[in-house]
Ligand binder design. Structure first.
Ligand SMILES: Nc1ncnc2c1ncn2[C@@H]1O[C@H](COP(=O)(O)OP(=O)(O)OP(=O)(O)O)[C@@H](O)[C@H]1O
Ligand SMILES: [Mg+2]
Length: 375
């Protein structure tokens, strides 16, 4: 666009980002950088997520538009709040390309940061409170016909008062229940590989909310193991790890699986027994937790618990009941984020990588090295 055209324009509803002072970088994602910042006048602390425009040929990135539209729709205690959108002016220093920032309420921690710090110890009641809030968030977004599609510990924020906020709607989309006339054809290249459910790995394109509940099951186990439970290097490897934990994938346990495109094309280990409870019991000492993990990590999405059924599971209704994290968190006086944490996992080759590179394990980039793994 001719820069002159922009000169005379005023954007009364979109302030300039200079009203915030950047304090520190707290995140580096595939789609942008995240900063902690302070409002220069009222001193409010916020998180600024810059929309990366560098690779765009067609103007404002559609992924960011989708994220903004979805965040505007969602208002819930357990979903991160988008306060406003800000901009920078185009000038000669940015080659007449202004930037756009998403301004969020600030949360002191993310779950990946908390889990990577072994001084942070969760009691059983506190683990229940984390999961209760996470499932509440999923219940709410699914009722509003939104799929998150990027469940992982780094996308779960926790305030110093112990309030959980589901974040990162960069891969989210609206969904509809497919009609008899035809099924949905969503992309299955979503969800960070380690949290990706078997139906997506087998090529399903007509999926729904249950894809997010597989991720919730992985995260529940991770509350004890402290690192992701299935760290595959490739899609084939991820399916192999899933089979080793959840048993062989067959029409016996998953009646319609043979209709999925990749079922006959990929090599799936045969004769594996399901060992979810057996293998996790050394970490997870609570039988109700083991049972809930088992039911969330159901291979067949039709048999997987949805968020409502999960919230009704005995795990949440047996002593100790869910209890606030505020007191435990008040004993830690620093923010914990995945980006700032020392590597949670040891790399097999090449030693530790800078945090920025650790962030790239999203759906679109699944070329991870092998990490210190639980299984
Ligand atoms: N509101 C917030 N308060 C505090 N920290 C935040 C907030 N939003 C994001 N972060 C931090 O920044 C990180 C990256 O943010 P986000 O996940 O939204 O970006 P992304 O570019 O989509 O990331 P990725 O590609 O790694 O998934 C988060 O993991 C979290 O640590
Ligand atoms: Mg993220």
């Amino acid at each position: 666009m001719d820069p002159q055209i922009m000169d005379g324009l005023d954007f009364p509803f979109c302030d300039e980002v200079v009203k915030y002072e950047k304090l520190a970088k707290i995140g580096q994602g595939t789609f942008g950088e995240v900063f902690k910042a302070k409002h220069r006048k009222n001193k409010q602390i916020v998180a600024l997520k810059k929309v990366l425009m560098e690779n765009e040929k067609e103007g404002f990135p559609i992924t960011a538009l989708r994220e903004i539209r979805i965040l505007q729709l969602l208002k819930h205690e357990n979903v991160v709040n988008l306060n406003e959108i800000c901009r920078t002016k185009a000038n000669q220093f940015n080659r007449y390309k202004g930037s756009i920032y998403l301004v969020f309420e600030f949360c002191e921690h993310d779950l990946a940061g908390l889990l990577s710090n072994h001084n942070v110890k969760f009691s059983l009641g506190e683990i229940k409170e984390v999961m209760r809030q996470l499932l509440n968030a999923l219940y709410y977004i699914h009722c509003n016909k939104v799929l998150h599609r990027d469940m992982k510990a780094a996308n779960i924020l926790i305030t110093k008062n112990g309030v959980l906020k589901l974040a990162d709607f960069g891969l989210a989309r609206a969904f509809s229940i497919s009609k008899a006339s035809g099924s949905n054809r969503y992309t299955n290249r979503v969800v960070t590989l380690w949290y990706r459910p078997p139906e997506l790995l087998l090529g399903e394109r007509n999926y729904g909310p249950l894809i997010d509940l597989w991720g919730a099951g992985c995260i529940l186990a991770e509350m004890w193991t402290r690192s992701p439970i299935m760290q595959g290097n490739t899609e084939q490897h991820q399916l192999t790890l899933i089979t080793h934990l959840c048993g062989s994938i067959s029409t016996e346990v998953w009646p319609d699986v043979d209709k999925l495109e990749l079922y006959s094309k990929l090599e799936l280990p045969k004769g594996q027994k399901r060992k979810v409870k057996e293998r996790l019991k050394a970490y997870v000492r609570d039988q109700y937790a083991l049972d809930l993990i088992d039911k969330l990590l159901s291979l067949d999405p039709a048999q997987r618990l949805d968020s409502d059924a999960a919230l009704n599971h005995d795990f949440f209704w047996m002593d100790p009941m869910p209890s606030s994290l505020a007191k435990m968190l008040s004993t830690h006086n620093m923010s914990m984020f995945e980006y700032l944490a020392p590597p949670r996992r040891r790399y097999q080759q090449g030693g530790a990588q800078p945090p920025a590179q650790q962030q790239q394990q999203r759906a679109v980039a699944s070329n991870d090295a092998a990490f210190d793994r639980v299984f």
